[in-house]
Design a protein. Structure first.
Length: 625
């Protein structure tokens, strides 16, 4: 097996979510359920003005954000058939979502799909990064929030290094929860299906005139999936997540404190599973009409057990950000410090991290300026300098230009540099005489060129289109040393990708809205002269060339809602799995203002289908109602 194969196997064996159910949802006392889901509640014009923070780290209307960004609103979340965060992300047409088994997903933007290769997408929940510097990816089975408490999800495809640092290479997902002042009262939900049981409860209340608090808890039990590319095994698991969020608001200040604790257990071996907790505090102060400051810190700790493999990651992070408008300039800058301590123990022997545990330090500073060149033309320029005690310094610049020929149209173009810094597994995974450590493994690099349009074609329709061309260098390869063993991980691959992302919304009637999306991707990678990748370029992932999405949302009267989604995904190669088309649906009936009954289904067109061609773990995905 190649080094990436062993690397993949060992990371995966650190600890190797299905959606849809029949359910009951109790809304907070006094809440108007109809108002939360009425398609007229957010008109097409209002959808274009939804406030986003991810594009420039300051609030701005979606219509003015010069980047490829898709927003999953709370209305979309409440009407979705999804009961897990990864399944909910299928709503974003600029993401590729592959379910590997019950617990694991590959979620990527602009390519590099696969468990071991989905390492170029940064994900944040309320400002807390859930990207693992040990794994170079996201462990989606560790994230089980109460979806009804999420305010919105902003999905950026394309580099975000200037604002978010290294590893924000092909995209950034920012998940934000609601202010506790917006979740007063009691909410409870329960759902049950053949392969899944899911429940959650939340209660919010006031603490004096300026402070509010909510507490929540979720529980789930998800059954195993049928055999896929890999042989069948019991990949089911069950667990819980609980937490709180408190907010104190005044005319100039806002303080947020929140935390979570979770645990889940696998069925394959008794006692195996994942456990963790986190705590975050954030203070925002409006200094005057043109400036503000924000300070945030968090602590995050998790442990993962699978058979005799143990790994853990402890993170402490602190950052400060300053925003100021000065004439034609909109400035945002900040400083950050992060330290992590990891530990990896492999009781199976053979492949180890040397040393077993290490503390790493990360420092960063960034500055970005949006300059109004004219009432309709703006230029954004910025750069971030990030230094790591493990990999050294990286400079991450970006340049964007935006043109508004009218109040309802935006044309933009951008050039950016981003990098994925080496993980400890890239440099320090060893298993002699087969695998030697790679102490000189360098960052994987990207130069990205993008151009796009976003606008309202009419009062009832919107369109967003982005073309991109990505140049990659120093991508991971697996090479022999002196023509034989041991093998090493090196930076022997380079290449390019290009493609199109587009989505549109059409209000067919006051009670009927259609959403459509298309994602096209082409790529060409090769080994550098003199390099031979014995892993057959597995590090660039296995991606579909296209995916199509169509979603219909209907309000069938005052109390009945019907949402139906279709997705068509192209085939994969090495090993080959066929293209597939699948559907999901949700029918909801409101019983008064505080109770809803619904029935939902996922993967309705087939009893089972293949999504992942992962030969070490990939299972099929089954229908559930």
């Amino acid at each position: 097996m190649s080094a990436p194969g062993w690397n993949l196997m060992m990371q995966r064996r650190l600890c190797p979510l299905l959606a849809g159910a029949a359910a009951i949802l109790f809304l907070p006392a006094g809440a108007n359920a109809a108002a939360e889901r009425n398609l007229n509640d957010l008109s097409i014009e209002e959808l274009a003005q939804v406030e986003v923070l991810s594009a420039s780290k300051r609030a701005e209307p979606l219509s003015q954000a010069p980047t490829s960004i898709f927003v999953i609103t709370n209305d979309d979340i409440m009407r979705s058939s999804a009961t897990t965060l990864p399944e909910l992300l299928r709503a974003a047409p600029n993401l590729q979502v592959q379910r590997i088994d019950t617990r694991e997903y590959s979620i990527t933007a602009r390519g590099f799909s696969g468990y071991d290769t989905a390492n170029k997408l940064l994900v944040r929940i309320d400002g807390r990064s859930i990207y693992s510097t040990l794994h170079s990816g996201v462990f989606w089975d560790l994230q089980n929030p109460l979806l009804e408490d999420l305010r919105q999800i902003e999905v950026i495809s394309g580099p975000g290094g200037t604002l978010y640092g290294t590893n924000a290479v092909n995209g950034v997902i920012n998940i934000s929860s609601k202010d506790s002042a917006d979740t007063l009262g009691l909410l409870a939900r329960g759902s049950s299906g053949e392969r899944e049981k899911d429940g959650g409860v939340r209660y919010g209340f006031r603490i004096g005139p300026a402070a509010t608090l909510r507490v929540y808890g979720t529980y789930f039990d998800r059954g195993d999936q049928p055999a896929g590319v890999y042989k069948d095994y019991d990949d089911g698991f069950h667990g819980y997540q609980a937490g709180f969020r408190g907010d104190i608001a005044s005319a100039r200040d806002h303080v947020t404190v929140q935390g979570d604790i979770f645990g889940n257990w696998t069925r394959l071996l008794a006692g195996d599973g994942n456990w963790g907790h986190n705590l975050l505090a954030r203070w925002t102060r409006q200094l005057d009409d043109s400036s503000s400051v924000e300070v945030q810190t968090y602590y995050d700790d998790y442990r993962r057990h699978f058979i005799t493999v143990r790994d853990s990651l402890e993170t402490f992070d602190a950052e400060a950000q300053y925003n100021r408008t000065l004439g034609a300039h909109a400035l945002v800058g900040g400083l950050g410090l992060r330290t992590t301590r990891d530990n990896f123990f492999n009781g199976l022997g053979g492949f180890l991290l040397d040393p077993q545990s290490a503390r790493l330090w990360f420092f960063n500073a960034f500055l970005q300026d949006k300059i109004a060149l004219s009432p309709s033309l703006s230029l954004t320029a910025g750069a971030k300098l990030e230094r790591s005690s493990f990999t050294g310094a990286e400079l991450l610049p970006n340049l964007r230009i935006a043109w508004h020929p009218s109040s309802t149209a935006l044309f933009w173009a951008a050039a950016s540099r981003a990098v994925r810094t080496p993980s400890r597994a890239d440099r320090e995974l060893t298993g002699l005489p087969i695998l030697a450590p790679s102490s000189d493994f360098q960052s994987e690099k990207l130069i990205a060129l993008e151009t796009g349009y976003r606008g309202q074609l009419s009062r009832t329709s919107t369109l967003s289109v982005t073309f991109f061309y990505n140049l990659y260098d120093d991508i991971r390869s697996t090479e022999l040393t002196h023509g034989g063993l041991p093998i090493q991980l090196r930076n022997g691959l380079r290449g390019h990708t290009y493609g199109l992302e587009a989505w549109a919304t059409q209000q067919l009637a006051p009670w009927w809205r259609l959403n459509a999306g298309i994602n096209l991707l082409a790529k060409d990678f090769r080994a550098r002269p003199g390099a031979t990748d014995i892993a057959a370029m597995s590090a660039v992932g296995r991606d579909p060339n296209h995916q199509l999405m169509l979603k219909s949302q209907m309000d069938l009267g005052q109390r009945l809602t019907l949402d139906v989604g279709l997705r068509a995904i192209d085939s994969l190669k090495q090993p080959s799995i066929p293209a597939y088309t699948e559907a999901n649906a949700r029918l909801g009936f409101r019983v008064g203002d505080s109770l809803e009954l619904f029935v939902a289904g996922e993967n309705l067109l087939h009893d089972r289908h293949l999504e992942s061609n992962d030969t070490d773990q990939g299972q099929a995905v089954a229908r559930i109602v």
